[in-house]
Structures are given as structure tokens and as C-alpha cells.
Design a protein around this ligand. Structure first.
Ligand SMILES: [Zn+2]
Ligand SMILES: [Zn+2]
Length: 385
């Protein structure tokens, strides 16, 4: 048990466990660490993976130890109560997620999603951890969950007829290399800000309490974020195609002339941060200006934006693809042409910026530009007559 106690003190930051914790010195160098430091590749990948995986698992370990020994069971007074709900007077004590959910289940004014959301924050008992873990998990799960069908389809010959660049199927080696790079970027660049998101939300007034806003408000916010992110993406992506920006930053994303799902976030860290601001920064700025935003909306927005990014890199064009029903939706064929021709079609979700500014990629875009120039020349000639 004393071993368990030491492990817990090292892992857990609850005040009642930290109080008597011994001071932890720097880890002693070992043969293993000397060996790791010489590793030429994969070093940062494994180090960052281990540290960032272990960090979000801390609450899980705490929960695990609650069950195996009453000594580690947190009493309600020692846990910090979440601010997810304003009145816990009718709640009963419990240590499991089911206990937390049963408390929220008694609140008739909440729907199922709100009950799960409330129970999650109440069970975690640490809002900063809960938001960080939620955001990191949503990002990882939704990204790879959406990539998986495209990776499977790539291995089924029936679907080859729908492949836009049909002769360019990604090899297993290409998919594996891309996966490693994307994971490294997730752990080194994207995971870190997740843990600071809750304090930012608190500061700016992004609510995480239940109940959620109405669905009309949520849909309105999602629509605004799609439009604004598309504009941000168009201009900064176009900027990344100029000279040194392309050479030193954006070239990495264009390694695959025929993209596949996983390549959606295969990019230089500067590009990840710059274009990622359109996804995360725009909701933050929106809340600063309007004072109206809920964390649940941000979760939905990030999920939809990930789906859009992965789908646009899928490399597949189906008769049932969304842009056949919503002509202004960009879709895979729009972004595939960008990768194929290395220029033009810069926007992410919609086609209007490229259409209005004559930057559509490929032969179809070129034909449209020529047609426009011809029409303009004819108009000018008529005016002169
Ligand atoms: Zn590009
Ligand atoms: Zn791309």
C-alpha cells in the first residue's frame, strides 16, 4: 500500500493527497535514458506520447484507486465541486460515474446530453482537467474515427472508381508515415493548448454549465464559425503559397499530391497553429465580441470542422457527395484539385471565395476564368460601339 501511496502522490494533484507528499527530485539518469537520448528518430514522438498520454489518465487512475481502497476514496468535502451546475443540494454522495449520472438524471429540465455532460464534470471534480481531457479526447477520437472509413475504402477495389486520382492509392507505408507525423503534431503542438482552454473559457465567459443554449443558438454559432473559418483559411492558405512561406512551411502539407484522409492535419507546426487559429481562435474572438458561447457548441464545431477537413482530403468523389446538394459546399473534389495542381482552390468549406476571386484550380477553373475574360472583353467592346 505504501507503494500505491507514493505513486498516487506523484500522479495526483488533489490537495489532501499532496499535503504530505515528499519532495520529488529530478529523475536519476539511467542506462535506458542514455540509450533513448541517442535515438536519432522517434525520440520526441515517444517522449511526448508518454507524457501527454499519462497526463489525461491521472483522473482515471484516481478513480481506479478509489475503488480498490477506501483509504483513497475522496470524501465530497475533499473534492472540489464542479461549477457545471448551480445547485447540488438534492444530490447524494457517490464515487462512480453512474452515481454522478443518477444525480443529474433526477433533473427533469435537462436532456440526456446535458445530463451526461453535467455528470462528467461532476464526476471529474476538476473543471480544468475535465475540459482539457474532453477537448483532447474529442479531437483524437473524432479525427481518427473519421479517417478510418477512408483508410478501409482505400483497400476495397470496388471504390476505386470513385477515387478522384484513381491511379494514386496511398500505400501502407505512406499511411503509416503520415499517421506517425500527425500523432507527433497532435501531442507536441495541439495537445498542449487543450490543458489551458478551461482557464481561457472562464476568463472570456465561455459557459460550460448545464443546461445548454437552445439548438437554434447552437446552429447559428456553428454557421457563423463555418463562414468565418472559411474566410480565414482562404486568405492565410493563399498567403502560405507565396515564396518562402510555401518553401519553409506549407510545402510539407503538399507532400501528397493525391491526398487521403489522414493527410488533413499533416502539416508544419506553424501551419497547424496559423490555420488552427481559424478553428479555435474564431470562437474565442466571437465570445469576446458577443459574450455568447457554450463549450458544448465549441465541441460540436471542432467535430464538424474535423469531419470537413478529413473528408476534403479523402480523395473520393461520390454521386451522393454533399456539394451535389449544396453547390457552394467545397468537398473533396475542390481540395483534391488544390493538391493535384498545387495552386488555386484555397478555401476550406465553401467555394465562394475561389469563385469570386477567380482562384479555382484545374482545367475547369481555367475555363471559367477564360470565359469571364471573354465576357468582359465583349462587354467592353459593346460599350465602345
Ligand atoms: Zn496549399
Ligand atoms: Zn490539404
Amino acid at each position: 500500500m505504501s507503494v500505491n501511496c507514493t505513486i498516487l502522490r506523484r500522479l495526483v494533484c488533489h490537495p489532501h493527497l499532496e499535503r504530505n507528499a515528499p519532495a520529488l527530485g529530478p529523475p536519476r539518469p539511467t542506462k535506458r535514458s542514455r540509450h533513448v537520448s541517442r535515438a536519432p528518430s522517434g525520440f520526441w514522438f515517444w517522449i511526448s506520447s508518454c507524457s501527454f498520454i499519462s497526463f489525461p489518465l491521472v483522473p482515471v487512475r484516481v478513480s481506479f484507486f478509489h475503488h480498490i481502497s477506501p483509504r483513497f476514496r475522496l470524501s465530497p468535502s475533499s473534492m472540489s465541486l464542479s461549477s457545471v451546475y448551480h445547485d447540488y443540494s438534492s444530490f447524494t454522495n457517490g464515487t462512480t460515474f453512474a452515481d454522478a449520472y443518477s444525480n443529474f438524471a433526477q433533473l427533469p429540465q435537462l436532456n440526456v446530453l446535458e445530463k451526461i455532460w453535467g455528470a462528467y464534470y461532476y464526476y471529474m471534480g476538476n473543471d480544468v482537467f475535465a475540459t482539457g481531457l474532453l477537448f483532447f479526447s474529442v479531437h483524437e477520437f473524432m479525427y481518427f474515427f473519421r479517417c478510418l472509413p477512408w483508410a478501409i475504402i482505400d483497400r476495397i477495389p470496388y471504390f476505386n472508381k470513385y477515387k478522384i486520382q484513381e491511379t494514386k492509392l496511398p500505400s501502407n507505408q505512406e499511411q503509416w508515415e503520415c499517421l506517425k507525423s500527425v500523432l507527433t503534431s497532435h501531442f507536441l503542438v495541439e495537445a498542449f493548448p487543450c490543458w489551458f482552454f478551461h482557464p481561457v473559457c472562464k476568463k472570456l465567459g465561455i459557459s460550460f454549465e448545464v443546461p445548454f443554449p437552445s439548438w437554434t443558438t447552437i446552429c447559428f454559432h456553428l454557421a457563423v464559425f463555418f463562414v468565418l473559418e472559411d474566410a480565414w483559411h482562404y486568405w492565410f492558405h493563399r498567403g502560405l503559397h507565396y515564396g518562402v512561406f510555401y518553401k519553409y512551411i506549407h510545402k510539407q502539407h503538399h507532400r501528397y499530391a493525391a491526398p487521403f484522409g489522414l493527410t488533413a492535419e499533416y502539416a508544419h507546426p506553424i501551419e497547424v497553429m496559423l490555420l488552427g487559429f481559424g478553428t479555435v481562435g474564431i470562437p474565442i474572438v466571437w465570445c469576446m465580441l458577443t459574450g455568447s458561447l457554450h463549450l458544448f457548441t465549441v465541441c460540436l464545431w471542432i467535430t464538424l470542422r474535423l469531419f470537413q477537413a478529413v473528408d476534403s482530403h479523402s480523395g473520393y468523389e461520390f454521386p451522393w457527395s454533399l456539394h451535389h446538394f449544396l453547390p457552394f459546399w467545397a468537398g473533396a473534389d475542390h481540395h483534391d484539385e488544390h493538391h493535384h495542381y498545387f495552386i488555386g482552390s484555397y478555401s476550406s468549406s465553401f467555394r465562394w471565395w475561389d469563385a469570386v476571386l477567380n482562384t479555382e484550380a484545374g482545367p475547369a477553373g481555367k475555363a471559367k476564368r477564360e470565359q469571364k475574360m471573354k465576357s468582359r472583353a465583349e462587354m467592353a467592346q459593346k460599350k465602345q460601339i
